[in-house]
Design a protein around this ligand. Structure first.
Ligand code: ATP
Ligand code: MG
Ligand code: FE
Length: 356
């Protein structure tokens, strides 16, 4: 099976061709991503209208490029998979309408893919993971701990009650006058900083529910920065290091509980329990080290796919389509609509009965 994937939910325009053989082995034939970072950096965040226009301008030639690099034409493709939510509605419309048009013109089936399902299933492509496993998605728009039981079977164990983790990094950077995107800038600055200078809050630590909260942390950073302003480079470094430490400690508590719960629920059923990270924040080395240590402690395999597959891409969308096809899930009708909000567990409900 061979699928053309299309991703346009946020600020990356992406197209890819991916294959899956009868044994479930994947082959990525092409993977094209155009990031809109430069278009948005002047605004310190993603501007929906700019994003939608950029998708319109880039998508057609990106799809041509993906087919060309894969050395195939449309007639060699078995299906089309396009992200249809969650995300910015303008971008979703562009990608899904393009997917529909190609499906209609070529007579191939269309799969309308939940972006989160793409992130959730990527580790099966990159690392051959078996169900069930836990996935921590930490990006600019999402912070979720998800139990991945099977194709179409997802349980959200925890979510942020306010800011996403990537958003917290971005806002902290902006507050400190660091460039966008904030994550890499904060991580760089933190290297020379003292992580013990500021005692920032560790929201929800100790709570039995597995949710996250990061807006209080951002407020604490603002207070500290205001109190000691004007900031020297050392002050900025110390704030960043202390911020990252608070984030790490928070995740250690939250995710640690998740791993315990997984072990309680599955016992010996999962022969190799695993925790997967996804999303742009997964690039953060301190976060990776924290999760690795935690996994060692609880006997979990820690899986961090290559960062190109952690951030937004079309390979994961094509792969989710392939997994669905291989599980006998029916394609979507061509009148399927994009959804800016689309929780993964609600998706599981609509898919009930499929993907066992
Ligand atoms: P979505 O949430 O819709 O999946 P997105 O574009 O918001 O998409 P990604 O592209 O996956 O998310 O990731 C971008 C986020 O990752 C930004 O918030 C950025 O600051 C953060 N990030 C990137 N590198 C690092 C890093 N080294 N440390 C911390 N955060 C990082
Ligand atoms: Mg992005
Ligand atoms: Fe994403």
């Amino acid at each position: 099976l061979r699928i053309l994937g299309i991703e346009t939910s946020c600020d990356e325009t992406a197209a890819a061709v991916v294959e899956r053989d009868a044994d479930g082995q994947p082959t990525v034939r092409s993977d094209v991503v155009l990031s809109q970072l430069e278009e948005h950096s002047a605004y310190g965040g993603v501007v929906p209208e700019i994003a939608a226009r950029a998708h319109v301008e880039a998508l057609d030639s990106l799809i041509d490029e993906a087919l060309k690099r894969a050395n195939v034409s449309l007639s060699d493709i078995d299906a089309i998979a396009a992200t249809s939510g969650p995300g910015l509605i303008g971008g979703l419309l562009v990608g899904l309408m393009t997917g529909k048009a190609i499906a209609k013109a070529s007579g191939k089936p269309l799969f309308a893919i939940n972006h989160l399902e793409g992130h959730a299933l990527t580790a099966r492509l990159s690392d051959g993971l078996k169900f069930p496993y836990l996935m921590l998605l930490v990006s600019g728009g999402h912070t979720q701990l998800i139990l991945v039981r099977g194709v179409g079977e997802y349980e959200r164990w925890g979510t942020t009650i306010d800011d996403a983790l990537g958003e917290a990094f971005d806002k902290t950077a902006k507050l400190l006058g660091l460039p966008y995107p904030g994550g890499p800038a904060v991580e760089r600055a933190a290297k020379d900083g003292n992580p013990d200078r500021f005692a920032f809050p560790r929201p929800l630590v100790g709570e039995s529910k597995l949710n996250f909260s990061f807006s209080g942390l951002k407020t604490a950073v603002r207070q500290a920065a205001t109190e000691i302003a004007p900031l020297t480079d050392q002050d900025v470094a110390d704030i960043c290091a202390s911020f990252q430490k608070a984030v790490s400690r928070t995740l250690k508590d939250r995710i640690g509980r998740g791993l315990e719960r997984f072990k309680m629920q599955f016992g010996n059923e999962a022969d190799q329990p695993a925790l997967v990270v996804a999303g742009g924040v997964a690039a953060n080395l301190e976060l990776r080290e924290t999760l690795q240590t935690l996994c060692d402690k609880y006997g979990f395999r820690f899986v961090a796919p290559p960062i190109r597959l952690c951030t937004d891409n079309a390979v994961m969308i094509a792969w989710a389509g392939l997994e669905r096809m291989a599980n006998g899930v029916s394609p979507d009708d061509l009148d399927v609509q994009p959804r800016s909000r689309w929780p993964l567990d609600a998706n599981a409900e609509t898919l009930l009965g499929f993907g066992k």
